[in-house]
Structure formats: structure tokens, C-alpha cells
Design a protein around this ligand. Structure first.
Ligand code: MN
Ligand code: MN
Length: 320
């Protein structure tokens, strides 16, 4: 069936009739939407809207994540054939997943970007869809969380990251990927008692009340113990999941702005995301994929897998 379909399926980003189902279009050609989903700005009936925010002007070191959404979409074309391994169901057949395209913005008017992101994500949520965002640097998660909090109140947060992103930043005009969580906490967008950061391996003595499950603890105590701790923090509260690709070790994700050794292996990340099945997830993102530093494409591949896992995680509670 798959091989037969490859003779006719092409450019499913704009030719597919059924928004649900796997795709057998040749991986190496055609228009590259995320997982060959339909590109649309009409979210009627859409369960999950994948969207790119190619903003990278908040970085402390190497830029390039503005190219992230495009690279992740291209990498995803190899994954559209199969349901993600190990879940036991196919989220692409269960859910109507659309590629909502990228957020437009004036690259030279950075001050305008945060409110634009909040409005962009808010519009997706108000249409009844869950946003899965492809970054972009980690700053974008702050205005995304504002859209979440406006509709849910202070939310629970699971952050995968090498960095806490809670460095002190009391200047409301600063736009910095290293302080998104500091500001989200100070602005009441998240409840720090329901926030957990996984994979951390940079020092920041003031945790602001966030539970830190650093990378050594994951390595030493294992995936199951880590999962139990994450679940104990977020419970069944509305939970946003943000995945900074530098949570992975540079061996698995070299193409990122601020790589740190000693990180998670991709199998650990996969096991952690799958092990979270059942949480009350309201949206998620994968950020900090920087294609100019991604010489093998491994980082974009990892980013694509993370985004697909986030969709599977969202769909889990919605199985019939
Ligand atoms: Mn980071
Ligand atoms: Mn980060």
C-alpha cells in the first residue's frame, strides 16, 4: 500500500484530501510541511496546529534558530510514513494535525514580537487547537506561556533544558532566551511549585521554587525515577511542555546555540516523553535548533522526533 501510494502522492502539504492518516510521499521530494500535514490557516476541526516561530534575536551566543522550523519540517518528511514507535497508537490517524505555517513578523521590529507571539498562539487556542511550536530560540516560550496563562491561569511547566533560564532579569524591555522562565514566574504565568526542569547542567543557585532534575540525577537515578518526580510536580494540572534541544547532549544535538556536555541521550528523551503519557498537556514546543551549526542534520532530526512525540503525548488522553 505504501509503495503504491508513493506513485501518486506528492506535495501533500497542499494536495492531501484527508487531514488524517500517514503519508507515503517520497521523503526526498515535495513540499515540506511538518509530517506532510496540510498547510492551512483555517483551523476548523483541527486538533493540533504545528506552527513555526523563526525568531532568533534573543540569543546569548550562536544564532541560527530562525532556520529551525524549516529544517525540522524537512527532517520530518522521513517520519511521516509510520506512527511514532512504542506508543501503540497512531496520533496522525486519531488527530487532525495541521501545519499552520510560520508566524509573520518584522525582523527589524523586535519589540513588536512578544505581543505578536501571544496573539498568534492565542488565536490557535481560541480556534480549539493545541499549539505545537517549532522555534526559534527559547525566548518565544515566554509569550507563548502568556497565551496559556490568559486562558488557564498559571500553568504547570515541564522544561527540558541544559539551562534553567531563570537568570535575574527585571528589565521588562529585555528580550533574552536565558530569562524566559524567570519572567514567566515573576509575571505569574506559571506556578513554580508546578514547574520542573529536566536535564539541567549549568549552575543557578536561585531555583525560584522550580524543581530541578539535573542531568546527573537523570543519569544516576534513571528514567523511571525521573518520571515519578516529574509527575509528582505537575500532577493533573494543565501542563505546558517546552523542549530546549540543548537538553540533549551535543553528541545528539550539536546544532544549537549554547551546547553543554553531559546531557541527555536521545533514548532518554524519548523514554521520558513517552513515559509522561497521561499528563494534562495543553501545548508544547521544541526550540533552539540551529541548522547553521547542525552539520549532519542530526539536531533537526532530533527536533522533529521531539515534536512528533509531543503530538503523541497530547493525543494520548484523546484516544477513543
Ligand atoms: Mn538551553
Ligand atoms: Mn532554554
Amino acid at each position: 500500500m505504501a509503495l503504491e501510494d508513493a506513485k501518486t502522492q506528492v506535495d501533500q502539504a497542499f494536495t492531501r484530501a484527508d487531514p488524517r492518516g500517514l503519508s507515503f510521499e517520497n521523503a526526498f521530494g515535495g513540499a515540506t510541511s511538518f509530517l506532510r500535514r496540510r498547510y492551512t490557516k483555517d483551523l476548523t476541526g483541527v486538533d493540533v496546529a504545528v506552527t513555526g516561530i523563526p525568531f532568533d534575536q534573543a540569543v546569548t551566543h550562536r544564532p541560527g534558530t530562525r532556520f529551525g522550523p524549516r529544517a525540522i519540517r524537512e527532517a520530518s518528511s522521513l517520519q511521516a510514513f509510520d506512527a511514532p514507535y512504542g506508543w501503540g497508537y497512531d496520533p496522525l490517524s486519531l488527530l487532525n494535525v495541521a501545519d499552520y505555517g510560520d508566524m509573520p513578523f518584522d525582523y527589524a521590529n523586535i519589540r513588536d514580537v512578544p505581543a505578536r507571539i501571544t496573539a498568534h498562539i492565542g488565536a490557535i487556542m481560541d480556534a480549539g487547537a493545541a499549539p505545537i511550536t517549532l522555534g526559534g530560540d527559547h525566548f518565544i516560550t515566554l509569550p507563548i506561556l502568556r497565551a496559556m496563562a490568559e486562558r488557564h491561569g498559571p500553568v504547570a511547566l515541564i522544561q527540558f533544558d541544559a539551562h534553567s533560564d531563570t537568570w535575574v532579569d527585571d528589565d521588562p524591555d529585555r528580550i533574552d532566551h536565558g530569562t524566559f522562565l524567570y519572567k514567566a514566574i515573576r509575571q505569574g504565568l506559571v506556578d513554580p511549585a508546578a514547574c520542573v526542569s529536566v536535564g539541567i547542567r549549568t549552575d543557578n543557585p536561585d531555583t525560584l521554587g522550580v524543581t530541578i532534575l539535573d542531568a546527573p540525577s537523570v543519569h544516576q537515578d534513571g528514567v523511571q525515577a525521573t518520571l515519578e518526580r516529574i509527575r509528582a510536580v505537575v500532577g493533573d494540572r494543565p501542563t505546558y511542555v517546552t523542549f530546549d534541544i540543548d537538553a540533549l547532549d551535543p553528541a545528539f544535538a550539536p546544532g544549537t546555540g549554547t551546547p553543554v556536555w553531559g546531557g541527555l541521550a536521545s533514548w532518554q528523551a524519548a523514554a521520558l516523553l513517552r513515559g509522561l503519557a497521561g499528563i494534562n498537556m495543553i501545548g508544547g514546543d521544541v526550540v533552539e535548533v540551529s541548522p547553521p551549526y547542525d552539520t549532519t542534520g542530526a539536531t533537526a532530526i532530533a527536533g522533529s522526533h521531539v515534536a512528533f512525540e509531543l503530538i503523541a503525548l497530547y493525543g494520548w488522553n484523546r484516544r477513543g
